[in-house]
Every structure is written in structure tokens, then in C-alpha cells.
Ligand binder design. Sequence first.
Ligand code: GLC
Length: 733
Amino acid sequence: MDSEKLKELFQQLTPEEKIAQTIQLNGSLVIENEVMTTGPMHDLGLPPNLKIHEIGSIYNVNDYQKLIQLQRETLEHSRLKIPMLFMSDVIYGFRTIFPIPLAQAGSYDFDLIEQAAEMTAKECYQNGLHVIFSPMLDLVRDPRWGRVMESPGEDVYTAKRFAQSVVTGYQGDLTHGLAENHVAACIKHFAGYGAPEAGREYNTVDMSNQRLFNEYLQPYQAAIEAQALLVMTAFNVLNGEPATGSRWLNREILRERFGFDGVLVSDHAAIKELVPHGFAKDEREAAQKGLEAGVDFDMMTSVYATHLPELIKQPELAALLDEAVWRILVLKNQLGLFENPYRGLRTQHTGEVLSDEAKELAVKLVEKSCVLLKNDGSLPLKKDQTVAVIGPYGESRLTLGFWASVSGKPQDTIPLKTGLLQHFAAENLIFARGYNLFDSYEQFGPLKAGIEQLNGPIEPEDQLLVEAVKAAEAAEVIVLTFGEQFMESGEGASKAHLQLPLKQIRLIQALKKTGKPLIGVLYTGRPLVLTQVEPLFDSLLLVWYPGTMGGIGIANLLSGQASPTAKLSMTFPRSEGQIPIYSAQLPTGRPLTDSEHSDRFLSKYRDESNEPLFAFGTGLSYGMFTGEWLESAVLSETIQLDYRIKNQAEVAGETVVQIYLLQRPASMVRPSRQLIASDLVLLAPQEDKEKRLSLPISVLGFYDNQGAKHLSNGTYRFLMRIDQKETLLAVTI
Ligand code: GLC
């Protein structure tokens, strides 16, 4: 619809219809027995006169028939036939579930990440979704927080590249609006949700403006520059104001500084929560503050519906409501919903999912997201070895991670056993559960029976341990699958203790006693504290939550068909006491090295090392790559860094090269090292290649507490990291 016609439509809206457009409800509230009802809605205290067919959006309905039903009823009953907007928590895949974002980011294959996002968008489009609540772009440096699993990790550069790839993959080229097989990205959670004090869910976030501008706001800004069409607010307080109610954050920064003119959605009940935050004296004031902050949708509460009718009697608030509703209509128009309200939906069948192309893409992303943390040569496995595959993940399908279940199905998952049988003879594989993945199924409530049916009955732990040791004794090598279960991370899953459960430690020790090579395959949504058990493993492969095709991709790595290339996207601490611990730390005035002070008076612990167990950027491969700097050149707006890299192996191989900027004196203290570039290099056997990285000179700059950018001439030092070796280069600009 052209803008003039859209404006005419907008001008016909009554105040009640405008308010209704700002309401977003979970679809479960508006559908009962396949039809839209208002019944459960009123559990939310929505006003009885609210016309359900006039509300602006519902979310988390992923069944195409229900979506058709919802849209058909909306068009039949809406006075002006304004289509409903369908949104959903699709975070890393619709039905083809890819590895969790914390894993994907470590692949540094941003083209592949974009392809996976595009495939996700295609599956969403063909099943009727318009907007998906991702990518989540909260920088994270505290593994006690359960939502690190859906983040691209601790590093600014990595998170920015991830943001650009996923937004572009979802939305495609917007020149002519959103094309078919593409959906709108709703990035989240604006802002700073990933830095809660003590790692405690929904807790306070407080940091300097320079840290916001230089680090935590960067990934959101990159997504907005990639034209993300929606943003979701955050639950947390940021520097004394709840993010959802902050005019400074949502108007001055998001809309004015970043130039975002899209739709701002509150997180679940976040406007209403301005009251318990103590930022609004009642829900009426919360509604006013949400509107004044520029929040366009009130997700899942009655605050806007109840209080806006009175509030908009004030002309300035009426004008803010008009702005909000206009942005919502513009988005619906960008999606082409007025011409095609059943966008992407097929009336007779569900859209295409789990295609061969999608599954192949997922296998590749699994292979590129798993991090080889340690390897004494026990990996890759040899073809004719007898392998004891111990641990619940040998056969479990529950490897999708916390957020996959909104649209994903564990039944689709290929277990590790299936993958291994593609590489090893059945008689050479001995499976033993080793320990129960869940201590109880009670936590799953109504889903209990289904999960138990899928994962098997709980058995006596002692018996499982005995069987595991017996299997190990009968084999030449042990592959132990261990770690967290998917409900231990995600939303509402902060943990103060990050060690493995005692039963897993006991099992690892018992298996070590058999004297057989012990290979660990770690499933987890967060960095864990593995300090006690790490020395017992000969090799350790971190697979995070690998998604639908995890079993195939992991087996390809264990067998050597594929070689690991991924790098750690988040630091693994030696103990919780070190947290927050991350790569881009400041050196302090009393660093451990090069300090004139005596040992006691250095920045250190008396009872722990300063070093992590596994540092950000760690990641081995089966190959061997070496490199050296060549020429560098400084042009007007770019720095050219040339380097040579050689594949020392007799087989082709791929590796991730990382370039760090080292600290130099400046008006604001800068990190000791800061990742500023990466390069994914594929080399033939023994191939020696010259490569060039052209970086914008702005990458050397930084912001001060007033948000002003600084960049000065001088000598800059760069560190190139190939495999685990680092070489230094100095460049003067
Ligand atoms: C949740 C999450 C958010 C999600 C939203 C809708 O509380 O914080 O990430 O998109 O509600 O389910």
C-alpha cells in the first residue's frame, strides 16, 4: 500500500482501535479449541470492551492452520480489516534447529551463519510467521547467567559480525520491502541485559557510559545499521532506570543516536514491571512512561489497554500513541500484509521444513561450531577401534537447547549413535548411559510424560556407573558425553555453582581408572568450571547444544571426516570466584608482569590464578597452520594488513585467523587486547597463501563517557593468532 493510502487508513482509526494495535498477546490466550476467544484474555484483566480482532499482534503460535484461522477471523471482524502481526521466539532455527548462538558465533564463518539465518527465515515464512524475536545480542561475560546460551558471547567484534549476518539472513534486501522467504528481525534485549550483577537473572545492570558505547551497545548498533526492523526492550534496570521505561536509552540513544525508526516491543510484561521496579507509582504511570519512552507494543499485559484511553486525553500523549501506531502500520505494510495477509501460508499444508538443504547446512554449522579444547592425539578416532560411548547424549535427542522447543521438535533430532554408525561398525561401538540426564522429570510438568517417553526411564545411578565401567573395560577408547541438560540454561536459569554434578565427576574418575584414553564430549549452554576434571581427559570436544543434526556433525568430527575449526566465544573460568573473566580486560596499574611492586601487591588472588581454564579464542584443529606478517599499509580510511599462512598438513584444512589490537596509551584506558578482525582460510595440503585484511581505520577508535569518538595517530600493535601461536606487528598511522 502506498504511504498516502496508509495515512488515509491511519486517519480512520478510532482511539480504541489505535490502542488495540499496541497490544501483543501470547497466542495461547486468544485461541481455544482452534477459535479465537476472549475468555483467557480477561485473565490478564484486559478491559471487557476490548475487541480481540483489533489487537495488533499475537506471538508464539507456530501452527499454520491456527495462523490462518486467526487471520481469517481478524479480517472478518476487524472494522478496517487491519491484518494481525505474527511473531515468535525463533532464536536459532524454526524446525531445523541449528547450534545455539554461543556455538555458532565461535565458527567465525559469518557467511554460513547468514545462510543458516536465511534458511530459518524461509521455514518461518512458509509457516506464516512475520517477525522472529532474534538475534539476541546481549554481550555476556558471566556464565552464571543462564541466557549466555542464546548470545554470541563476550566479544564485541564477534557479536557485531554475528548481528550483521543474522539480520541480513533473516531480512534479505529491503529495497522493495520484505521479500518472500524472509521475515523481520526483532533484536533483543535493549539494553545490557547480559550484564546482571552476580549473574542473577533479571538483576540490576550498572556500567559506565564508555563501557556501554564501546562494548554493550555495539552489537545492537551493528544490527540497526543492518536495518533490523524491530527491537525488544530489556527487563533490567540500566544505570538507575528500567531499560523499558528509559527515554534516554530508547529515544536519545536508540532512535536519535542510532537512527532506529522501527517498532519497539516491550519484553514480556516489562511495562507493567516498571511498578515493582519502583519507577512508576502505579500501572497508569507505567503506561505513560512506556509510551513516553517510545515502546510501541505492550507484550502480555493490560497496562496499555486499560490506561491509554484516559491518558490520551492529554494531546502530547495522544500524539505519542499516533507515532507508535503509525510505526506498527508501517511494519505491517513493509511485510505486504495489506495486500497479502496470509503471507507465506499455504492453505493446505505446512510450509517446507527440514529439507535436505537445511539439514546439510545444519551439519556444516555443527562441524564448524564445536570447539576442540584439548587433544593429545586420541582424536580423531581410528576406524577399527572399539569405542565405548558412555553418557546419556550417546542416544538422547534432547540436544536442542532451551529456546528450541517453541517451534522445534526433539523427535526430529539425529542422536549421536546414528551419526557414529555412519563411520564405525556396530560391533565396535558399545553404548552405556553412564548417568541419568535428569534426576527427575517433575520439572517438566505437563510435558513430563513426553520427555520421559523420549528420554527413557530413570535408572539407579550406581548400576549405570557399573555398566559404564564394564563397557569401558571392553573397549580400546572411551568417548564420554557429559555436561548440562537443556533446562539448566536459557531464561530463568542462573546458577551460582558451575561445577559438574558429583555423579558426573565420580563417573569421569572411574573411567579414568580403567586406563583407557578418555575423550570428553561436552554438551552445555554455558562455560562450566571443569578445573577438577579437565586433567583427566586426553581430549575434550565442546559441542554446546548442537541442534537437530548434532549427532551427524559431531560424529563427522570424532571420525576425522571433518576437522574442528571453531574458537571459544566465551571464556571458561577456573572458578566462579574469577567471574567476570573475559579476554578484553584492562591491564590495571599493577599487572602480574612488568610491575615494580612486590608480589603481594599485584592485581591477583591469593588462592586462584588470574588465568582462565580455557581462554576466549581457544580452539584446536586436527591440522597445523603457521603464519607470518607481511607488509602493512595505512590508507586514508583503511589499514591494510598483509600476512602469509601455510597449511603444514598433508590434507586440505581450514582455520580461523584472529587479529587482536593491543593496548596503547590513550585518554581512556583501553583493553590489553581486543579482537578486531577474523579470517576464515581454506588451504590445500601444504598450501602457502598470502592474504590481505583491509580494516576501517575507525576500528582503532573508542568512545569516552560522553559518547564522543576518539582516534589518534601513533603506533598501533596488532597480534595475529593462528592455531595457538601469536605473532606481533606494529603499524604507525
Ligand atoms: C521472554 C524473553 C524474551 C522472549 C519473550 C517472549 O521473557 O525475555 O527473550 O522473546 O519473553 O517469549
